[in-house]
Design a binder for this molecule. Structure first.
Ligand code: FES
Length: 130
């Protein structure tokens, strides 16, 4: 180790090399931003005041709640089946999990709520993205 730092020049070179290596490692360890993916867009007046607007193919539902319009994924948080939205609530046909109208778990085996999606009003349309 002492031989590495015999001269000031070698010390500075080692310092720069270690700095570059640490900078590269830091950049490698940083999480990469995930691009938002637009899933559906719909006119605001198509969203019912009761129940939900369901996009089965995109596995997205949009509903109106006390705090405004919200969107959630129809992918069951247990093993990924597509849940069904009914007047009684949301249920998964695969293993019987039930969720309330906001996607919170009422009965397992699912333990996590349905994923909330980004819902953004632009003009007279609602855009839902993941
Ligand atoms: S995949 Fe929905 S309960 Fe298992």
């Amino acid at each position: 180790m002492a031989a590495l730092f015999q001269s000031r020049r070698r010390f500075i070179f080692a310092l720069i090399a270690w700095g570059a290596a640490l900078a590269g490692l830091w950049r490698f360890l940083q999480p990469r931003p995930v691009a938002k993916r637009e899933l559906v867009s719909t006119p605001l007046n198509s969203i019912p005041t009761e129940g939900a607007l369901v996009f089965r193919e995109e596995r997205v539902a949009i509903a109106r709640g006390r705090d405004g319009i919200y969107a959630f994924s129809l992918v069951c948080t247990h093993l990924g089946c597509t849940v069904s939205v009914t007047a009684e609530g949301i249920f998964c046909p695969c293993h019987g999990s039930r969720f309330d109208h906001e996607g919170k778990v009422v009965r397992g085996p699912a333990t996590r709520p349905l994923e909330r999606l980004n819902a953004e009003v632009r003009g007279d349309r609602l855009f839902v993205s993941s």
